[in-house]
Design a protein around this ligand. Structure first.
Ligand code: HEM
Length: 556
């Protein structure tokens, strides 16, 4: 089929004698032969085509080209035999396995892994991606070969929005990333810094609870999905920028929309990256580049405005925010002679704070509330724990959270079934390594399917059941040591915002459960709650249908 298509393509060119197009098509053809491994069986027909090409005025260069490429082909086929690549589902020319990806790639990979194994090679156009779907293979990637597997692919959208990789999350492995990760762990994500935002988080959560109380008073349903997203964005906004920018072009609402768009941009491959030569047309028609530029310009204008505002000597501040810390880090690094920490670094890190911090926490609380509503036994048990603990105090603070063991189990169980980043953030190999006996070559993308691993019956009894007690007598945690449970990844690239993310989630969920009982709207039954996942290009996994419940104020 492939040959026939090329023969058809080549014939008129040969007859028409267009040199450039002819050579180009020939190269493309050879490229296909190399990559599709159909070479030896069809080489005879290729010679036949070449003979026809002799009639064309460019016989000599094409024969030379044929000779060189054929030698390369033989060499490559020989090498491939020794390659021991991971098994792969059948591919189409040019597209590879792209057409099999489906709307929810982690689910597709899970199904395919049952047939092709826990280390599987998937070709997204011209890009080789290895999908890892077992705890053993994940350990090899994230621990045994962490150094070989700890870079990030350089994709155009992420590159543009991260100021050409001046951030942490999308930056390839190297001195710059190592230094930056150390700095942000020390300065932005330390226990002390996270604690310093406690009263800010508690204030924002109080406002959120007050607004839900209004709905409770009128017994109207609350769109929890929307409200939670707005709450986590508000918390991140305040932690990063200190004050509100009401009355300017940069109000929170508009900013939230841009941040949301930026998540889709950084998650997406452009088709041009997957399919050389022709993919750019699809990008151009779909407006991919225009959208990237629009999001970049809006974010950049906003970040620059806020940085300038922070540099004003007359600025009054309630407390040190993330921008204050980043500006101070820039000065300190300059004094130490590090010229790579620039204004763009500050903006790149800000992008990470929003892209990584807002959705992940809101999505997790939404899934937790959906699971609790579906499992009234667990809902009652966790509410009893919280309410008994708070007792007559009548107020829940972050200091109470450590005592709420069952709440923590509920959150772990939510992470297991609904990890916010089901395939982590894509990694890229920087050197050769061997996973499960297969060769993985440099510049291969690796995706760890933590969603599938969290459902593996080898580790989890009745994996589809929401049963927080499974964590009761197991010391299993999400800090990157238990490879069957990896919501925050592991190894060098592990999420630095883990502590900040969990304390935010615990605090919001505990308050929602303490202050309200939750009724399903319009006579809906718990088994009617839709648990489908939202399709689309994103690193995170939201619920498809927004969650809407009626709050009933808890009378102490
Ligand atoms: C529920 C909350 C969160 C979840 C589930 C989560 C999950 C993840 C995951 C899976 C990764 C990739 C790890 C890997 O490649 O192995 C990651 C990376 C990252 N996360 Fe989070 N995250 C959360 C919250 C946050 C927060 C609140 C922040 C910051 C405010 C944050 C900042 C980052 C950054 C900067 C990276 C990149 C690290 C690197 O490439 O070295 N995350 N996160």
């Amino acid at each position: 089929m492939l040959l026939w298509a090329f023969e058809q393509q080549l014939q008129p060119i040969i007859t028409g004698g267009k040199k450039a197009t002819y050579l180009h098509t020939l190269i493309d053809f050879q490229y296909q032969l190399f990559f599709e491994r159909q070479a030896s069986a069809i080489i005879f027909r290729f010679i036949n085509l070449q003979a026809k090409a002799l009639m064309a005025p460019y016989a000599l260069p094409s024969w030379l080209l044929f000779l060189v490429l054929s030698l390369l082909l033989v060499f490559r086929c020989k090498r491939r035999r020794n390659k021991q690549l991971p098994p792969s589902p059948p591919k189409l020319p040019i597209l590879g396995n792209l057409h099999q990806l489906g709307e929810l790639p982690h689910q597709t990979y899970w199904q395919l892994s049952k047939k092709y194994g826990s280390v599987m090679l998937f070709k997204l156009g011209r890009i080789s991606t290895v999908i890892v779907s077992s705890a053993e293979a994940a350990k090899q990637v994230l621990k045994d070969h962490d150094l070989a597997c700890c870079s990030r692919p350089q994709l155009a959208g992420a590159g543009r929005l991260s100021y050409n990789y001046s951030d942490v999350a999308f930056t390839p492995y190297g001195d710059y990333w190592r230094n930056m990760k150390k700095l942000i762990i020390l300065e932005l994500f330390s226990l002390k810094r996270v604690k310093s935002f406690q009263s800010l988080r508690e204030r924002e959560i109080e406002l959120f609870i007050n607004s839900i109380s209004e709905s409770a008073a009128s017994a109207t349903p609350v769109n929890l999905t929307e409200k939670l997203l707005s709450l986590t964005a508000n918390i991140t906004f305040k932690m990063s920028f200190g004050i509100d920018y009401h009355g300017t072009d940069f109000d929170r609402k508009r900013f939230h929309e841009v941040v949301h768009d930026s998540e889709a941009v950084v998650a997406a491959f452009s088709i041009g990256e997957l399919i050389p030569y022709v993919g750019w047309i699809v990008d151009w028609i779909s407006g991919h580049h225009a959208r990237t530029e629009r999001v970049f310009n809006e974010l950049d204008t906003f970040f620059q405005y806020v940085i300038n505002d922070h540099l004003k000597p007359e600025r009054k501040k309630e407390q040190d925010d993330m921008i204050d810390a980043l500006i101070r880090m820039e000065k300190e690094q300059a004094e130490l002679g590090n010229s790579k920490f620039t204004n763009n670094t500050i903006k790149g890190v800000l992008l990470n704070l929003f892209a990584a911090g807002v959705d992940t926490s809101a999505i997790t609380v939404t899934w937790a509330m959906a699971e609790l509503a579906k499992n009234p036994r667990v809902m009652t048990k966790v509410q009893d724990e919280i309410r008994n603990h708070v007792g007559k105090k009548g107020r829940l603070t972050e200091d109470d959270i450590d005592k709420l063991e069952y709440l923590k189990m509920v959150i772990k169980e939510t992470f297991r079934l609904h990890p916010a980043a089901p395939l982590l953030v894509p990694r890229e190999t920087i050197s050769h390594c061997n996973i499960n006996g297969y060769n993985i070559y440099p510049k291969t993308i690796i995706q760890v399917n933590v969603w599938a691993i969290g459902r593996d019956p080898q580790y989890w009894k009745d994996p589809e059941e929401f049963f927080p007690e499974r964590f009761a007598d197991r010391s299993i945690d999400f800090k990157g040591q238990n490879f069957e449970f990896l919501p925050f990844g592991a190894g060098r690239r592990i999420c630095p915002g883990m502590h900040m993310g969990t304390i935010t989630i615990e605090s919001i969920l505990a308050n929602l459960l303490y202050w309200f009982d939750w009724k399903l709207p319009n006579g809906m039954k718990s088994e009617d709650i839709n648990m489908e996942e939202k399709a689309g290009i994103s690193l995170t996994l939201s619920k498809k249908i927004p969650l809407s419940f009626v709050p009933v104020k808890y009378l102490q």
